[in-house]
Write a protein that binds this ligand. Structure first.
Ligand code: ZN
Length: 329
């Protein structure tokens, strides 16, 4: 099998804290023999579990990168047992560009797994995680938010898995993260996701969706930082009691949870995140922006639950998500 062109400037087996790069050759107009330098920190002290933290899988989702750059600054090898691998900007070109996908190849990293060592830049990054970093990990925490086009109630999520023991370990990690909401997430497009790659390798995998809109708040950053501290304790890498507050458990049992727009125009939201809705309740109206005198298209809940996610920008296009409704467990 072809060797991945990425080389790490850190030694994953050395004790101590190392700050370095995943160096990916990238020959382009401004740098003929240049490389992409993806920041990475490895902290290790003896044996124990390995926790892989990733942010910036999508480049317009910021709680993860901010909390993980902060963790990389703060981490002290003497206070851990085991290993922590921190990649705050997985799709680093996308993070630099403030966009969901890579400006180099338009690659959506979280739809590029298992990747390819001979593929596009984004596929090469995916392949490195698939074949080098995931095998090192026991726990994988992939920190997302809604990005520029979605906004969520802040939640940590795990997936329904065929292996019920693995599912139980993932759910325990989700509860330990202790975001304000804990969601059994239904993925509509799971095959090529990092989540699925990690789960197929038997890892304890959790992800987050912490607000969105292409920005952060002190509240959502603190949810990320507290969750990171809790996971390190849950994995036995750090000592201490978990910091626990209320977390509402939500399920997404089927595709009725998602309401998609079948028109384009201006979105009038009719419920706020966190509100209870019943089947048939109006959740949004879309006005035709090109003429007056036309009634807006109405979008209604298809399931009873909690309004958990929404389209963020004022303009909406055909096929965009209007809203996401999850069901209290
Ligand atoms: Zn994302």
């Amino acid at each position: 099998m072809t060797t991945n062109p990425i080389t790490a400037t850190v030694d994953f087996n050395a004790d101590g804290v190392q700050h370095g790069f995943l160096k990916l050759p990238y020959s382009h107009d401004a740098s003929a023999w240049g490389s992409l330098m993806i920041p990475i920190t490895v902290a290790k002290n003896g044996g124990g579990a390995t926790v892989l933290f990733t942010g910036g899988n999508h480049g317009d989702e910021y709680e993860g990168p901010i909390a993980l750059f902060d963790l990389a600054n703060q981490i002290d090898a003497e206070t851990i047992s085991g290993r922590v691998i921190i990649v705050p900007g997985m799709n680093f070109p996308a993070l630099l560009n403030g966009s969901r996908t890579s400006p180099i190849d338009r690659g959506n990293l979280n739809r590029s797994f298992p990747g390819s060592a001979t593929g596009t830049i984004t596929e090469k990054i995916a392949d490195y995680f698939q074949r080098t970093l995931l095998p090192l990990a026991d726990y994988v925490v992939d920190m997302h938010s809604g990005g520029k086009t979605l906004e969520f109630l802040p939640f940590c999520c795990a997936h329904v898995l065929d292996d019920k023991d693995q599912q139980a370990r993932c759910f325990a990690a989700m509860q330990a993260f202790n975001a304000p909401h804990s969601v059994m997430l239904l993925e509509l497009d799971a095959d090529s996701m990092f989540d699925t790659a990690a789960e197929k390798q038997g890892k304890i995998f959790i992800a987050t969706e912490l607000a969105g809109g292409g920005t952060t708040t002190p509240h959502t950053i603190e949810i990320a930082k507290k969750g990171i501290r809790n996971i390190l304790k849950h994995a036995g890498v750090m000592q201490g009691e978990l910091e626990v507050s209320d977390s509402t458990k939500l399920d997404m049992p089927n595709e009725q949870c998602f309401v998609f727009s079948e028109s384009s125009g201006l979105l009038e939201p009719c419920v706020s995140l966190g509100e209870r809705v019943k089947t048939g309740d109006l959740i949004g109206r879309v006005f035709d922006v090109e003429r007056t005198g036309r009634a807006p298209t109405e979008y209604r809940a298809k399931i009873d639950g909690v309004f958990t996610g929404r389209h963020f920008p004022g303009r909406i296009a055909m096929g965009d998500i209007v809203g996401v409704i999850a069901v209290p467990m």
